[in-house]
Design a protein around this ligand. Sequence first.
Ligand code: ADP
Ligand code: MG
Length: 331
Amino acid sequence: DSAINRIAAGEVVERPASAVKELVENAIDAGATRIDIAIADGGKTLIRVSDDGCGIAGGDLPLALSRHATSKIDGSDLLNINSFGFRGEALPSLGAVGRLTITSRVPGEEAAQIAVAGGQAGPVKPAALNAGTVVELRDLFYATPARLKFLRTDRAEGQAITDVVKRLAMAEPFAAFTLRDVSGGGEGRVVFRADAESGDLFDALHGRLAGVLGAEFAENALRIDAEREGFHLSGFAALPTYSRGAAVAQFLFVNGRPVRDKLLIGALRAAYFDFLSRDRHPVAALFVDCAPTLVDVNVHPAKSEVRFRDPGTVRGLIVSALRHALAGAGH
Ligand code: ADP
Ligand code: MG
């Protein structure tokens, strides 16, 4: 089944940043409040994600590595998926494209570890760990030199990882994140860090926004809170004067997970259309929340695209809420 795993893996793991995304999402799903990420050489030689979440019991470690095994849905639940992505694909895919080691501990049990290389899992062994889970992925694509060659420079891959971590950090303001580059060995260099925020969701989001986009942006951001036909829009949008020359500061989420959806990006641009020249991009962190039946999140395992049942309503909601906020601020 390892050839199948390798094919599936290509869909899920395109580059180091996609591996980081899967692992951090797993940590979030496990209820972690502290997520530490270490990378070396742009994630090509090492990605390690440590969390303080619920852990995986030793006896369940082999199961976590088998395709389509997920603890997150059962058969009756297919239309009600609150966590994202193709279910049960990430860990087996990572085990097929790199050297994967999972160490984990559930409360009241001893810690355990399993290692996988080339899709072949070894035995479950006792290990040392206080709590939570540490997933380590070494030598991504070592067995597929063609894919390795396709990757960009360490710097570019590292940048893509930083971008993914910031997006996920924006989605989970109550959790603490650190991203360290340990290429040089030792404790490494802190690339990004966000302490856990507190207060209500808007307070927490505002604090996280300041940490990710800068205090000046957060102070001048317009608060968005609107609803239409089952879709709720919340978050912050910047005054046009805070626009950027690159589209790096658009944080869009559907039901709590980061997306890069054309419809949402288009709606954001449309709202700012009168205020921005073609080469300026609006800055915003916007959350669309709706019943799981109103959106299909499983369009593509890695591309973070979604399909709304009623795209016109979502677009209208975003454009009108942002225009209203901008008008209220004198634009
Ligand atoms: P999925 O996330 O779609 O369920 P994965 O392959 O990413 O599939 O993970 C398989 C399973 O391993 C999860 O359903 C979960 O039970 C377990 N798991 C993975 N990562 C963690 C983690 N960091 N903490 C606790 N459990 C985890
Ligand atoms: Mg997962």
